[in-house]
Design a protein around this ligand. Structure first.
Ligand code: HEC
Length: 142
């Protein structure tokens, strides 16, 4: 009996994340179109109130395990997502693979995070230049 324990453990571990084959990813994308797009639109745009892509964050969806758990728990993420996932476990695995890949790639680049500060810096520089110019002009007059 105990000799089976390592085998069971290996089976359990290897069940953790299926290989990221193009077939599995394509199936996952197809499941997303079929199920999530009943309510979501993929990219934000004019008139889009419920975009999906920006919400697949690396923090919440970045690993296969997170994505797999989330798919089974949509109503806990948002009560409005009241439809339980439709599909068998292979569909769910493929969708988790696809969404976790999206999540990992959904990292906001540092320069985009820095953009608001760049605007602020520019405003300070412009104000400073104006101020220096103004004090020079007033000196010239006196
Ligand atoms: C029955 C309609 C419906 C389906 C199906 C659905 N969603 Fe949603 N989802 C919603 C609504 C409504 C919201 C909340 C929108 C808002 O507050 O702007 C939401 C919000 C979300 C959010 C943001 C939650 C948060 O606050 O972090 C994520 C992520 C998300 N959905 C992912 C998914 C994924 C992935 C699927 C497919 C597996 C899916 N949804 C399927 C309706 C749905």
């Amino acid at each position: 009996m105990t000799s089976l324990a390592p085998v069971a453990l290996i089976a359990l571990l290897s069940a953790a994340a299926p290989p990221e084959t193009p077939q599995a990813l394509a199936r996952g994308e197809d499941r997303m179109r079929d199920f999530c797009f009943a309510c979501h639109v993929f990219e934000p745009g004019p008139g889009v109130t419920n975009p999906l892509h920006p919400r697949i964050t690396p923090e919440k969806w970045g690993t296969y395990d997170q994505a797999y758990a989330n798919i089974g728990n949509l109503s806990r993420i948002r009560p409005q997502m009241s439809h339980a996932f439709r599909g068998n476990d292979e569909d769910r695995q493929a969708l988790a693979l696809f969404l976790s890949k999206l999540g990992r790639e959904n990292v906001v680049p540092w320069w985009r995070r820095a953009l608001p500060y760049a605007g602020l810096g520019l405003a300070v520089a412009v104000a400073g230049a104006w101020f220096v110019g103004a004090s020079r002009r007033s000196k010239g007059r006196s």
